[in-house]
Design a protein around this ligand. Structure first.
Ligand code: KIV
Length: 291
């Protein structure tokens, strides 16, 4: 395992100033966290996409705080030096400030996350501000916000009209003023994402937002093509792990069926003398076990 410096929000801000692109990858369990840590990604993110790519839900809406917490604990055990960010699930930051603080606090205190992420613009800034004032770093998320999929009417590009684009610029500035340390821009036109990135001093992390953002995020299962149900033009796959896994499991099945596995290399033997002295009659078996 390669040694890495522990990344902080100060380092992330410096990366923007130095024009050094930030990498963020989702992880949901111990092995994916280990792999992200070893690859040296800057932010390891326990996204609520866990609901879709790991738990098989149709959207991120059913994901609960306890589910995110469970996965965050596994990720922080694997990614010890990375900046682990945990997602605030649907409706966990829309009630009273006390409940929001309690929920975000659990992800940090029990889960070990270094920060939380919330979807929404001006309408959630009071929650962002309260968390930041309490010492909980918050990443914002605007553009396509999957928790609002039923309001938006599907997974669609956001910010193409003048009105929508203006709202996204205002949202980004409001989030910065509320104290967010970074903002995810999801599925917005490249030109708008670039403009927003120039208008705020905090890093923007894009997904389907083009080349002008300060960093990029991909979902682990999309990046690796690991049985992901998500398909979109802006995703890039860097491996085909899903096919490799199916191939390996099929080979195992064939080898078991053809009695090729286990082979001599995979078995344990015992002393022949002991075998010879073993009795194979029913003599020592208690009556209760005999039919
Ligand atoms: O939950 C998630 O994985 C996300 C990313 C797509 C940014 O919000």
């Amino acid at each position: 395992m390669t040694y890495r410096k522990v990344i902080s929000i100060v380092d992330l801000k410096k990366m923007k100033e130095d024009k050094k692109p930030i990498t963020m990858v989702t992880a949901y369990d111990y092995p994916s966290a280990l792999c992200c840590e070893e690859a040296g990604v800057d932010i390891v993110f326990v996204g609520d996409t866990v609901g879709m790519v790991v738990l098989g839900y149709d959207s991120t809406i059913p994901v609960t705080l306890d589910e995110i917490l469970h996965h965050t604990k596994a990720v922080t055990r694997g990614a010890k030096n990375s900046f682990v960010l945990a997602d605030m699930p649907f409706l966990t930051y829309h009630g009273s400030i006390d409940v929001t603080l309690q929920n975000a606090g659990r992800l940090m205190q029990e889960g070990g996350a270094k920060a939380v992420k919330m979807e929404g613009g001006t309408e959630i800034c009071h929650s962002v501000k309260a968390c930041v004032q309490a010492g909980i770093p918050v990443m914002g998320h605007i553009g396509l916000t999957p928790q609002a999929v039923n309001q938006i009417g599907g997974f669609k590009i956001q910010g193409r009209s003048l009105e929508q684009a203006q709202k996204l610029i205002d949202d980004a500035k409001a989030l910065e003023q509320a104290g967010a340390f970074a903002i995810v821009l999801e599925m917005v036109p490249e030109e708008l994402a670039q403009l927003i990135s120039e208008q705020v001093t905090i890093p923007t992390i894009g997904i389907g937002a083009g080349r002008g953002c300060d960093g990029q995020v991909l979902v682990y299962h999309d990046l690796l093509q690991y049985a992901s149900p998500l398909k979109a033009k802006f995703l890039k796959t860097y491996a085909n792990i899903g096919d490799t896994i199916v191939e390996a499991i099929s080979t195992f099945k064939n080898e078991v069926q053809n009695r090729q596995f286990p082979a001599e290399d995979n078995v344990f033997h015992m002393n022949e003398e002991v075998i010879e002295r073993l009795t194979v009659s029913d003599e020592h078996v208690d009556d209760e076990w005999k039919e």
